[in-house]
Write a protein that binds this ligand. Structure first.
Ligand SMILES: [Zn+2]
Length: 505
């Protein structure tokens, strides 16, 4: 039998490998890895509609040991004693014992295994000791603490003068140079996440990447005269206000040329003027309790109200400086705030996400670990949710009458966000688990008064039990607080991707 197999093996395997390799095509634009060490292209290949990366590339890029475990039907990635097992026949990986979904199963190509690039942020990042963030639309893979602001541009008025704004978030210093026919903005950053509209309007022909990786070029039209660019910074965002005047026609001495043809309609109303608002602009973080309402208290004297405030401030710093998302706290000092006022802060600021931070207490000291809570609807809330979907259901009210639900009741505002909040709670649980110990009931759907009134996806995090002595000690440590902040930060990134995917038609 052995002899026969050795004759047939090459015949059977080579065509299969060739077939798989032939199916793969390079992506339209390469993926670029940006780290403290610089930029480098990451070779990937498109098979079907999945972007795949070879596991030996992953091993080389991230110093990960890769091993194929044929018995278990898995591929093992090990980094500093931490392990990810990728199933070879199912689109999932096990990360420190937890299952993580991947868009497709690995594909064998000759001697190599190809895995979806999403493996990097979803499965490798939780065991890695630096940030791994995949920004698909801008083709960037960010590793470690790198500054990669998003750059957007828009025409404010075609003019003349043509007015435009380039926004850099989070804020970064910008140097402006005006050259013949263009304005160049050089940004002090490790790389730029460019989201430029391409075509301009009127006296601005184009916004495009500059010759250097951290420069943006604003290409002026042939009819443009003097251009001014004034950077300013507010709310964590740098804005460069551009103003381009028309060339002085008086200079064109003998006979001024005839008036230019009217601008085509596409220029008069460029599509990018209606570019959708980013899905995550504002997050409200709610430090539980405050003032005479201390919340839970540990035997060692730790107070819930203090730790929730410390963590909220830390989280605000992390999210605002790294993501350029505005973070508002429902209290920034030691005072009592009613639950309705907390919801009002979020609703009035039109927040896109509400996170309430707490620490737990139990009657017995051995209960420990973190829990993520999100709203469960009672019957009335469930009707409100259906009504929010169909807009045709009426609710029963006292006395047997029914009232049409054209305006969702304020105290049931959360009803329409239950699906998104479920996703939010799931990513929070997964990302927190990579950082801290979770309780045996890590995710709970409960009727929560503080969440019912917020009109946006929302979750409440019980970070630890102050009634458990080990948890109480941990909760006050820098390591734990940094871990919670990082876990929530990672979850916010994933939730933003979810919201972006939801919005695509
Ligand atoms: Zn609490």
């Amino acid at each position: 039998m052995r002899g026969t197999a050795s004759i047939f093996l090459p015949v059977l395997l080579i065509p299969l490998a060739t077939l798989l390799q032939a199916q793969g095509t390079p992506p339209p634009s390469p993926l670029t890895m940006v780290s403290r060490e610089g930029r480098r292209p990451v070779p990937t290949t498109i098979v079907g509609n999945q972007e795949l990366i070879a596991l030996d590339e992953v091993a080389a890029l991230f110093q990960v040991a890769v091993r194929e475990d044929t018995l278990a039907g898995g591929l093992t990635l090990t980094y500093r004693g931490r392990t990810v097992v990728v199933s070879t026949n199912q689109p999932m990986a096990s990360v420190a014992g937890r299952l993580v979904a991947l868009p497709s199963a690995p594909v064998r190509s000759g001697q190599r295994w190809l895995v979806p690039v999403e493996l990097l942020p979803r499965a490798l990042a939780p065991i890695y000791d630096a940030r791994i963030e995949l920004r698909r639309p801008s083709r960037l893979l960010l590793v470690g603490d790198v500054r990669v602001p998003r750059v957007t541009a828009r025409i404010d008025a075609p003019g003349p003068p043509t007015r435009a704004t380039v926004e850099i978030a989070p804020a970064a210093p910008v140097t402006v140079t005006t050259e013949a026919g263009r304005v160049v903005l050089r940004v002090d950053a490790d790389a730029l996440d460019l989201n430029l509209p391409g075509d301009g309007a009127a006296l601005i022909d184009q916004f495009r990447a500059g010759e250097q990786p951290t420069a943006v070029a604003v290409v002026l039209d042939g009819r443009a005269g003097a251009a001014r660019a004034i950077p300013s910074e507010a709310g964590g965002v740098t804005r460069v206000a551009l103003e381009v005047a028309a060339a002085a026609t008086a200079d064109a001495a003998p006979a001024p040329p005839p008036a230019p043809a009217p601008l085509p309609a596409a220029v008069a109303a460029p599509a990018f003027l209606f570019a959708p608002r980013p899905v995550l602009l504002t997050i409200v973080v709610d430090p539980g309790h405050g003032g005479d309402d201390i919340g839970a208290r540990g035997a060692g004297g730790a107070e819930e109200k203090r730790i929730t405030l410390e963590l909220s401030r830390r989280l605000r710093m992390l999210i605002e400086t790294r993501l350029g998302i505005r973070v508002i706290l429902t209290r920034d000092d030691d005072r009592r705030v009613s639950l309705d006022d907390r919801a009002a802060v979020a609703n009035n600021n039109k927040a896109d996400l509400f996170l309430s931070l707490h620490l737990n207490a139990a009657p017995v000291p051995d209960v420990a670990g973190a829990e993520v809570l999100y709203l469960r609807l009672d019957d009335e809330g469930e009707e409100a949710r259906r009504a929010a979907e169909t807009e045709s259901v009426s609710l029963p009210v006292l006395g047997g009458a029914r009232r049409t639900l054209d305006v969702l009741r304020w105290d049931l505002a959360q009803a329409r966000h239950v699906d998104a909040s479920t996703v939010l709670a799931t990513v929070l649980e997964e990302e927190l688990r990579a950082q801290i110990t979770m309780s045996p009931r890590p995710r709970l759907q409960v009727p929560l008064r503080v969440l019912t009134g917020v009109n946006m996806p929302a979750a409440l995090i019980e970070m630890a039990y102050l009634t458990n002595p080990a948890d109480e000690r941990r909760a006050q440590s820098d390591d734990f607080q940094a871990g919670v902040a990082q876990g929530i930060y990672n979850a916010v990134l994933r939730f933003r991707s979810y919201l972006e995917a939801q919005r695509q038609p």
